[in-house]
Design a protein around this ligand. Structure first.
Ligand code: KG4
Ligand code: ZN
Length: 343
């Protein structure tokens, strides 16, 4: 390899956004996220349509990312790509593009686990965490607490036993008809916005598993409680705001409580919160308050690096490259795969 800071082209297509980033070592030269609008017609992500849209978009998004970085494709040294977990058809598009590039140009390809990307996203900032830290990954597909002891050393401490927190946000937005475009990436922000004008103590909602000793989560009961509250009522704007604020408070309470419990149980004083739900404004302030009260270091990436993006895949590929690792071109995508390996 030519330098200590290889030019990495990173591709992320695990769900409905086509994302491509260019990194020079750990420095982001460009990060492009192209969102799909298919959900507008179908009330959610349709896997078959998502993979087709990735197929149509991928070359354009790669070109845009290269242009924003002022790179030629011939200057790329390493290609990083998400290979798990996610929608299989969507993962295939990114992975096959990466393979073509790696094979055609004779450069290494590094397959990246999407959740490892989220967990390492704070290394894209000027204030990266030191090890060990407790990572709370909260997204549309996952709600997990992990012990991160080093790059490549991840221990799953707790996970949701039913819905992910983001999924719950998306369902509540749908019940309240707040996401007219049917896009999950818009659902959480819509609830967040409505909640900012509501009262968090207006509706009494459950905090599932709050007092159970384990570090697992459950959100389906909360989702059902919101649905039951809405049933038979015609809510005005103020009541919708109150319900959103109360729901958001319940989710945040559970996430915060379990994260603090994990810190205590393992004697760790550093927290990373990452994934799409980490963009939530109440979650950010609640964690910041708790961290300062308990003297904990808190790292929440900027919103653009919390939600799905390829820059986090690029920096994870960089760390693997530093360790001399690369993937075979026979790598296949995996729909589900737990990030839990110790080195
Ligand atoms: O990490 P992400 O972009 O994709 C997955 O890997 O799932 O997370 C998407 C999730 C969606 O459920 C979305 O509603 C939620 O993150 N989200 C939010 C906010 N922004 C995105 N949830 C609450 N408040 C937000 N501001
Ligand atoms: Zn994600």
């Amino acid at each position: 390899m030519k330098s200590d800071s290889p030019r990495i082209l990173a591709i992320e297509t695990s769900c409905d956004d086509t994302s491509v980033a260019c990194l020079e070592g750990m420095t982001v030269a460009s990060s492009v996220v192209s969102s799909q609008l298919d959900g507008a017609k179908f009330g959610g992500i349709v896997p078959e349509l998502a993979s087709r849209a990735h197929q149509a978009n991928i070359v354009h998004v790669v070109r845009r990312s290269l242009a924003e970085a002022s790179w030629e494709i011939s200057q790329v040294d390493v290609v990083g790509v998400t290979y798990a977990p996610g929608l299989l058809g969507s993962l295939f598009v990114g992975l096959n593009f990466a393979k073509g590039l790696a094979y055609g140009r004779g450069i290494p390809m590094i397959g990246v686990h999407h959740l490892e990307g989220h967990v390492l996203a704070p290394f894209l900032t000027d204030n990266p965490p030191t090890f060990p830290y407790i990572a709370l990954v909260v997204s549309g597909g996952h709600t997990q607490l992990l012990m991160v002891r080093a790059i490549g050393s991840y221990e799953l401490l707790g996970t949701t036993v039913d819905d992910a927190a983001g999924e719950c946000y998306d369902k509540v937005a749908r019940f309240l008809k707040l996401d007219p475009q049917g896009r999950s990436s818009m659902a959480g922000p819509m609830v967040d916005e409505r909640a900012s004008s509501g009262r968090a103590d207006a509706v009494d909602l459950p905090r599932p598993m709050l007092s159970s000793p384990e570090l697992n989560f459950s959100f389906s009961g909360l989702k059902t409680a919101v649905l039951n509250f809405i049933k038979g009522r015609s809510l005005n704007d103020l009541e919708v705001n109150d319900l959103c604020a109360s729901f958001q408070e319940a989710v945040t309470d559970v996430l915060l409580h379990k994260t603090m419990k994990a810190c205590q149980a393992f004697g760790v004083d550093r927290i990373v919160v990452t994934g799409g739900v980490a963009a939530n404004s109440r979650l950010r302030t609640a964690f910041a308050d708790a961290a300062s009260r308990h003297g904990l270091a808190l790292h929440i990436p900027p919103v653009a690096y919390c939600t799905d993006n390829a820059a986090m895949i690029g920096i994870t590929a960089f760390f693997h490259w530093q360790r001399g690792e690369q993937s075979g071109l026979d790598l296949v995508p995996r729909a589900t795969m737990v990030l839990d390996h110790k080195t």
